[in-house]
Design a protein around this ligand. Structure first.
Ligand SMILES: [Zn+2]
Length: 412
């Protein structure tokens, strides 16, 4: 008898965990959405939700559209619920080449506080991590949250991240960070579990969860900026490959005899289509102090040289993406990064080149669109890493089960 009661209780615990995980994944949902996502009956879901509501872990949320509403179901709109502040908060940190950003979000996916600070180029890792710790404290303060209510920290770095060690795998972008175990160091500073991923993967995750990649089950996100990188979402989850290097599309060979790339190989996509390559191409005619922003502005105003440079970059990018479509058959490709701001001046040539390089069935399946989250994409993705990928990404101290930690937290 005792054993039967025990296993009943543990089944209920397990189901409760599934309800909580579903809400953490999607932010807000109706009871019917939760039943669909978990495979549990409506009655079971309602009973578990009632318990969680009594404990103050679930609150009703207005706004938002559910899958049912999107499908055109009529009738009274369902009541949407989400995890409350008492269930905890998550922190996102984005280390860029020249900036640092921090956000605090609750588990219903609402950003409660956000900071962005410009940093000197090639700032030292120590300075970056010290500043990040200060900003995390300030953001938690603003959000009215405490460190013991933080379920996890997601952290983004602009470079390939080695999955097991959490170190940067390439010295090229942040020279002062090579060999530093950023997750360990930040865990020591914050005393919180930290997950690390690279910027393109985080851009993919945020556009998938909240941006131009919503509803696409297989998605490639392309970040075109100082470098070029891709993040891949496969069956709704981030794909990292064996060691964490998946998506390094910037180092696809375009020309075996092309310029030497910062990675040491020749003729990589980056040497033709990333920001520095465009600047190099246009400097002889437009002057030594040319910036990417100026190139985009001139291109909008109709400067034929700047338009041509963007169009050629788009064609090279499209060639690489066409190959990606043949291998991976994505439903959508979202283009972001500073050069994404060129809009159709870049995307039209990309689309044409994809049509040429991809076999018809792969080219027909893919829709190529601009990202909508702009410079917040990586930061929001760092938040998304904890909300959506916590069960799949190694963390330094493991990060306990959410409900166990949540119930230890005082209601906000
Ligand atoms: Zn390269």
């Amino acid at each position: 008898m005792r054993e039967a009661a025990g296993s009943l209780r543990s089944l209920r615990e397990l189901n409760r965990e599934r309800v909580v995980q579903t809400l953490r994944d999607v932010g807000v949902a109706s009871r019917a959405d939760i039943a669909r996502a978990t495979g549990l009956s409506r009655t079971t879901v309602s009973s578990l939700v009632a318990d969680l509501k009594d404990e103050g872990l679930i609150v009703e949320r207005g706004g938002g559209r559910t899958a049912g509403a999107a499908a055109g179901q009529s009738g009274r709109p369902p009541v949407l619920i989400g995890l409350s502040r008492a269930a905890g908060v998550v922190v996102g940190i984005d280390f860029g080449k020249r900036h640092l950003a921090v956000a605090v979000s609750d588990l219903s996916h609402e950003v409660l506080a956000e900071y962005r600070r410009e940093m000197p180029e090639d700032y030292a890792a120590e300075d970056g991590m010290d500043t990040a710790s200060e900003l995390v404290d300030a953001a938690l303060d603003d959000a009215g949250a405490r460190r013991d209510g933080v379920l996890g920290v997601g952290l983004g770095l602009p470079g390939p991240i080695h999955r097991l060690t959490g170190t940067i795998g390439s010295p090229a972008i942040l020279p002062g960070w090579v060999g530093i175990r950023v997750a360990d160091e930040m865990t020591a500073r914050l005393d919180l579990p930290v997950q690390v991923d690279n910027d393109a993967n985080l851009g993919a995750l945020s556009e998938f969860l909240w941006g131009a990649g919503r509803t696409a089950n297989s998605l490639a996100y392309l970040k075109v900026a100082t470098g070029i990188g891709a993040g891949l979402i496969v069956e709704g989850r981030l794909f990292h490959g064996a060691g964490g290097t998946a998506g390094e599309i910037g180092h696809t060979t375009i020309d075996e005899n092309g310029p030497i790339c910062r990675c040491g190989r020749r003729g990589c996509l980056e040497t033709f289509a990333a920001g520095p390559a465009l600047i190099e191409l246009l400097r002889p005619s437009l002057g030594a102090d040319l910036t990417v922003e100026a190139v985009l502005e001139r291109a909008y105003e109709g400067d034929p040289g700047c338009q041509r440079a963007l169009a050629d970059a788009g064609r090279h990018i499209g060639q690489a993406l066409g190959n990606l479509c043949n291998l991976f058959n994505p439903e959508r490709i979202v283009v972001g990064g500073s050069l994404g701001a060129a809009g159709d001046l870049l995307l039209d040539p990309v689309r044409e080149a994809v049509e040429r390089a991809a076999i018809p069935s792969a080219a027909d399946d893919v829709e190529i669109v601009l990202g909508v989250l702009g410079q917040r994409a990586e930061l929001l993705g760092a938040v998304g890493l904890v909300l959506h990928e916590a069960d799949r990404t190694p963390t330094v101290d493991g990060g306990g089960p959410i409900v166990a930690r949540a119930t230890a937290t005082e209601p906000a």
